[in-house]
Write a protein that binds this ligand. Sequence first.
Ligand code: ATP
Length: 209
Amino acid sequence: MAAPAPPVRLRATGITKKFGRREVLSNVNFEVRAGEVAAVIGSNGAGKSTFLKICAGLISPTSGRVEVNGSIGYCPQAGGTFDFLRPSEHFVLFGRGDGLNRDTALTRGREMAAMLGWEPEPKVQARHLSGGTRQKLNVILSTLGGHDILLLDEPYQGFDRGTYTDFWEVIWRLRDTGRTIVVITHMLNTMDRVDQVLDLTPTGSERNR
Ligand SMILES: Nc1ncnc2c1ncn2[C@@H]1O[C@H](COP(=O)(O)OP(=O)(O)OP(=O)(O)O)[C@@H](O)[C@H]1O
């Protein structure tokens, strides 16, 4: 007898989003289960970030609904870190927000950093990190809480080749532990390893809106 399908963690039904009179998303349907990785693709301006923000509950759709079964970690495309805080201070701040104690937050942050080939220097503030390193910090912060669902908006911007490979290794590991990962990506070479692809490119392809 076939094993029962893992539970649906995130279901978006009939998502439409208008900014003013402009429709950015039109009746998008999407469902992702525990232990699955989904890639969200589409041309610039297709509405990928908008869709992820709707899934994260950060903005409302004009119509449609999102059902979430589990906790969410969200990694924004940009920002998400504080100039004058050190990486360890970020780990504690975000970890505490996720209900971790200080030591656990620091340990998890450092472990995740090591998985991305990074050993944070204790005294360097975020504003002095390189763009790619700052993005590593951004990714780490979204994973600290051990959430069931990770929503990652082009998380690897500025990563060098080695870090990019490490990043996907982390994703596969998380998938193996039953997490659900939704990642916006432009990297087509990873598509054959993900469980599903949601292409938001508008039909009739009005690209680069
Ligand atoms: N708050 C807003 N108000 C008005 N328009 C917005 C708002 N947020 C996004 N848009 C518009 O919605 C469209 C989709 O934006 P979005 O950032 O979701 O696209 P994307 O697919 O993530 O693009 P990219 O690949 O360039 O990151 C864009 O034309 C953008 O200008």
